[in-house]
Design a protein around this ligand. Structure first.
Ligand SMILES: Cc1ncc(COP(=O)(O)O)c(C=O)c1O
Length: 439
């Protein structure tokens, strides 16, 4: 049985999510928090346990059906279980999966990526965004012979010690501050954290540490705090500063790559960095990530000097999934459709909120956007986002949507896919209206 989305406000969550509650209680006896990623801890009345996904839909173990906009935090740009991806994976199941050696699929995947990515000459494949960010860091240090790194408040480049550094406020001059308990302060000491979207802040750090900065890391569209566009010319200005100062600009396109356009944010914005990290939408949920860059810098990985390993790198099924994803994206070009469907959703959400007199802003574009409870505009970095965002209301909205059969991410991000339709939008807007009414 498939439960239809609820429109009443009187939902008994203990009953509706009984299966998830029981399973998380069971999992918690053997797994910390009952989950396998810190980002999955949040849930009301519990983190949910899911049973299957198809197209734009996801089902939990209680057979509640969701129009899914979490989309695994971004990978499912083609929707769950796209047939071309599933068939490509199935075709590898009888061949063996991992040979500690090369196979033709990985060559084809890199060639297919080079045909569509702006500004990429060579590519090294790995398994996660975190890993490829770490590789970009190592490579930048090796290429420049320097150790310090600039990154920006609110941007996320994976959870490893040398990059997961982000003070709670936006101090300048920058002050280094490890975030998580158990983190090495020594590893974090090389990171300088400054506010984003401010060229002078970058210039200031280059002046404070002449000839010491190896790389500047940034998300070209800030997607881990709201969905914030770079100011006009900002990325180009930072790249020029990097070039003047002998540093590398690393654009982290783990969210935007293959999602906002086939060529990612660099295609959308008409800009470029030096090294680029891709993951998520390139592989439809299978573990493949990539670091792309100029042949001379990437070439350092071709010898013994710069180390990057991984037993599971380029597993056959994962590579087949990525190759099928890139090919479908290229052949079918779902981006105009995602703009249209996502755009209709954005307009619908805005007008429902306006009808109810609720200050709800929608930031971003069709393929990925964020709902923020706060005034329109004025958001250009993490501090201004925090000042203009009521996260408590956002949390209530999230659970009210979930009760009505719509799933978005815990930070209010909505990921579209090629499988989302106008019928999904209609159903979603009904749920949004109910959720807004219940706030
Ligand atoms: C911009 C960005 N970079 C890096 C990562 C880390 O990627 P992964 O979770 O594959 O390690 C993420 C994950 O959400 C991300 O959003």
């Amino acid at each position: 049985m498939t439960t239809t989305p609820q429109t009443q406000q009187t939902i008994d969550r203990a009953e509706r999510y009984a299966g998830s509650l029981a399973l998380i209680e069971r999992a918690s006896r053997s797994t910390p928090g009952g989950v396998h990623s810190s980002f999955r801890l949040k849930g009301s009345p519990t983190p949910l346990v899911y049973s299957r996904g198809q197209g734009s839909r996801l089902w939990d173990v209680d057979e509640n059906c969701y129009v899914d906009y979490a989309m695994a935090f971004g990978p499912h740009v083609l929707g769950h279980c796209h047939p071309a991806v599933s068939e490509a994976v199935a075709a590898t199941l009888g061949t063996g999966q991992l040979w500690a050696g090369q196979h033709v699929g990985e060559i084809e995947l890199v060639e297919a990526m080079l045909e569509v990515l702006p500004n990429a000459e060579h590519i090294r494949l790995g398994q996660s965004g975190t890993e490829m960010d770490q590789l970009a860091l190592r490579l930048a240090r090796a290429a420049t012979g320097r150790r310090r790194v600039i990154r920006f408040a609110g941007h996320y480049h994976g959870w490893l010690d040398p990059l997961f550094v982000d003070p709670a406020t936006d101090p300048f001059p920058a002050q280094d501050a490890p975030l998580t308990s158990g983190q090495s302060a020594a590893a974090a000491a090389d990171v300088v954290v400054i506010p984003w979207n401010d060229v002078e802040a970058v210039r200031g750090v280059f002046e404070a540490y002449p000839d010491e900065i190896a790389a500047v890391f940034m998300e070209p569209i800030l997607s881990n705090v709201g969905m914030i566009m770079p100011r006009d010319g900002y990325i180009d200005a930072v790249r020029e500063l990097c070039e003047q100062q002998g540093a590398l600009l690393v654009l982290d396109e783990v969210i935007t790559g293959f999602r906002v356009r086939l060529g990612g944010a660099q295609e959308l914005l008409g800009t470029r960095g030096h090294l680029t990290v891709y993951a998520k939408a390139m592989a439809s949920g299978y573990p493949v990530a990539a670091l792309a860059g100029p042949a001379d810098v990437m070439g350092l990985l071709g010898g013994p000097d710069v180390m990057h390993g991984g037993t599971y790198n380029t597993g056959l099924s994962a590579v087949a999934a990525a190759l099928a994803t890139v090919r479908v994206l290229r052949e079918e070009n779902p981006y105009p459709q995602m703009e249209e469907v996502g755009g209709a959703l954005i307009q619908g959400i805005r007008s429902l909120a306006a009808d109810r007199g609720i200050e709800l802003s929608v930031d971003g574009i069709g393929p990925v956007f964020q709902t923020r409870f706060g005034p329109e505009g004025g958001v250009h970095d993490r501090r201004t986002y925090a000042e203009r965002s009521d996260t408590q209301v956002a949390d209530r909205f999230l659970w009210e949507l979930q009760d009505r059969g719509v799933r978005i991410t815990h930070r209010g991000t909505w990921f579209l896919s090629a499988a989302h339709t106008m019928a999904d939008v209609e159903q979603t807007l009904e749920a949004v209206d109910g959720a807004l009414g219940a706030l």
